[in-house]
Design a binder for this molecule. Structure first.
Ligand SMILES: Cc1cc2nc3c(=O)[nH]c(=O)nc-3n(C[C@H](O)[C@H](O)[C@H](O)COP(=O)(O)OP(=O)(O)OC[C@H]3O[C@@H](n4cnc5c(N)ncnc54)[C@H](O)[C@@H]3O)c2cc1C
Ligand code: SF4
Length: 520
């Protein structure tokens, strides 16, 4: 295969790369998408809890090392659409305050170099492109918005409506969670989404989930100027002799090593793999890794301090699609805990099959209750606490070139507090007050460091080239034609799910690139 030249090369097709591709496609510029994975197969196993949760069918093979040099299998999904193929499609905006400096129990969450108001129009556009359902005005922490949600909130099923009513009666502010599924409850026979119980953590064979394949890559590919190569792993970026511009994008394509060139190169490999690519591209001008004069590449890795927990309802919980409710009353703290605690939301309804091998459930509940009984009464929550950026929580490369992820959990006091806050409320919510059991299935692994679903940081953006990797346009400070639009740019992660922010930012950077290419 001969070398080929493009206007823009985008590496990775997930939330950042897929969204950017769609935004740039109408420009007519020659765009090449390089994706290391393949199309995720549409097959019966997509909706099998055994295949997805127990046998990890869609976790892509990769080997990373922890701080002690022990190998582990990270929870990564190398497919067209990236991690969004499996995501829960909870599409939250960061809070306005998350863009400023916030004092946490364990330290400072730094300010972003841009304000919420600069991001707001792109959040609105991202919500439209990804067909988000929601209701404004219910969540007191919600930032201002220039448009309503494009689709009405998903209705709660009866047990979740009851939970919402009980929360409201206890003085809290439950809200309809923002959700990207193409469900039309006003016209069910014509709805693309069928509101099944296999959404959060599963792929959708109906293409009814608002993922980056469906709303990013596929619309982009309707333009003849956009090309996608799958099974194309970018292994290195080479620069001109001065080290100021990427000249060659070196790719393992099936069994061949090939090179592509472009005026602009955009990395969107996911936070860890974008850092890996930069570190693997060290050269004479960039001896510590490409664009790494600041020694910031790979540092400040964050992934939320998350807990998946199961409570037991006194009444059965026959809910099918459970992820319709959120609570942010503790996001910024409470009177007796002045620091931010985070967000509580529902996760997909657990089933008996998912519990197999989950020791906490087997030891704490199974001796007295059968698993099917636990499943029929389970109410499943997801608790997210902000994980603060720490320079030593970082991606480096092992001698074999694989990712080494050194990570120590932080902000634990806030995360424990959030857990106990929820536990203290159970008795008022028709839930058994003694049980709030940790779940590992949603984290896909009992090894915390492997749960990389919400990975971010590693190439934070900022105005100071000594303290950041990217400038405010997400261009590397040191290499003029090199950008990143995945979650690696996050200087802090907030406590809500990250994907909508990656999508919105990709649109923001996309506008900058359209200007740069003279096609705005
Ligand atoms: C089970 C699960 C549930 C989640 N639920 C939610 C949710 O409800 N809400 C939410 O906001 N977020 C959720 N997330 C997180 C969300 O999916 C991610 O934050 C988001 O996808 C990150 O986007 P990204 O562009 O940074 O990376 P990704 O979407 O991971 O995309 C990276 C892409 O780059 C490709 N790639 C990597 N290296 C290379 C290379 N060298 N060459 C070529 N291609 C490469 C990968 O194959 C992948 O396609 C969830 C994630 C998981 C796994
Ligand atoms: S709930 Fe809807 S979007 Fe989710 S997997 Fe089922 S059909 Fe697909």
């Amino acid at each position: 295969m001969s070398d080929e030249d493009y206007d823009v090369i985008i590496i990775g097709t997930g939330a950042g790369g897929g969204t950017l591709a769609r935004h740039l496609a109408p420009s007519g510029r020659r765009i090449l998408l390089l994706e290391r994975g393949d199309w995720l197969p549409r097959e019966p196993q997509n909706w099998s809890a055994q295949d997805v949760f127990v046998d990890s069918r869609y976790i892509s093979p990769d080997t990373w090392y922890d701080a002690k040099g022990k190998t582990f299998q990270p929870q990564v999904h190398y497919f067209v659409g990236g991690a969004t193929k499996l995501y829960g499609a909870a599409l939250y905006r960061l809070r306005r305050e998350d863009f400023g400096e916030l004092h946490h129990h364990d330290g400072l969450s730094p300010a972003w170099p841009i304000s919420y108001d600069e991001m707001e129009p792109y959040y609105t556009l991202a919500e439209q492109l990804y067909a988000v359902h929601g209701a404004r005005g219910e969540d007191p922490t919600e930032p201002s918005s220039s448009a309503p949600y494009p689709h009405p909130a998903l209705s709660h099923e009866p047990r979740i409506q009851q939970l919402s009513d009980d929360l409201a009666a206890a003085g809290y502010h439950p809200f309809h969670a923002p959700c990207g599924v193409m469900l039309d409850e006003s016209n069910v026979p014509y709805s693309t989404c069928v509101r099944c119980g296999f959404c959060d953590g599963f792929p959708c064979p109906l293409h009814a989930k608002s993922d980056a394949e469906v709303h990013g890559v596929r619309p982009a590919l309707t333009h003849p100027n956009v090309t996608l190569l799958t099974n194309a792993t970018v292994v290195r970026l080479d620069t001109n002799p001065a080290g100021t511009a990427v000249t060659d994008v070196v790719v393992d394509l099936e069994d061949e090593r090939v090179t592509f060139t472009a005026d602009v190169v955009v990395m969107s490999c996911g936070a860890a793999n974008t850092a890996k690519l930069l570190l693997a591209s060290a050269n004479d001008r960039h001896p510590n890794g490409l664009a790494n004069g600041s020694d910031q590449v790979g540092r400040n890795y964050m992934f939320h301090n998350s807990q998946a927990v199961l409570a037991l309802s006194h009444e059965p919980n026959p809910t099918v699609f459970q992820k319709t409710l959120g609570i942010n009353d503790f996001y910024f703290g409470t009177e007796d805990f002045e620091y931010p605690m985070g967000n509580i939301q529902m996760v997909g309804k657990s089933t008996e099959e998912m519990y197999r091998g989950e020791k906490p459930i087997e030891t704490k509940l199974a001796p007295t209750r059968v698993l099917s009984d636990i499943a029929s009464h389970a109410v499943d929550f997801w608790l997210s606490t902000e994980d603060l950026p720490r320079p030593d929580n970082r991606v480096t490369l092992e001698a074999d070139g694989n990712v080494k992820l050194s990570y120590q959990t932080g902000n634990k006091a806030a995360s424990d507090r959030l857990y106990h806050q929820l536990k203290s409320m159970l008795g008022h919510l028709g839930l058994h007050p003694d049980h709030l059991i940790p779940r590992h299935a949603y984290l896909k692994s009992a090894i915390p460091v492997a749960g990389v679903a919400h990975q971010a940081g590693t190439c934070r953006f900022g105005t100071d080239p000594a303290a950041s990797v990217l400038d405010t346009d997400c261009r590397t400070h040191e290499v003029d034609n090199l950008y990143a639009v995945d979650t690696s740019f996050f200087p802090s992660i907030g406590a809500v799910n990250p994907a909508l922010t990656a999508m919105a930012n990709a649109l923001r950077v996309g506008d900058h690139l359209l200007d740069r290419l003279g096609t705005a």
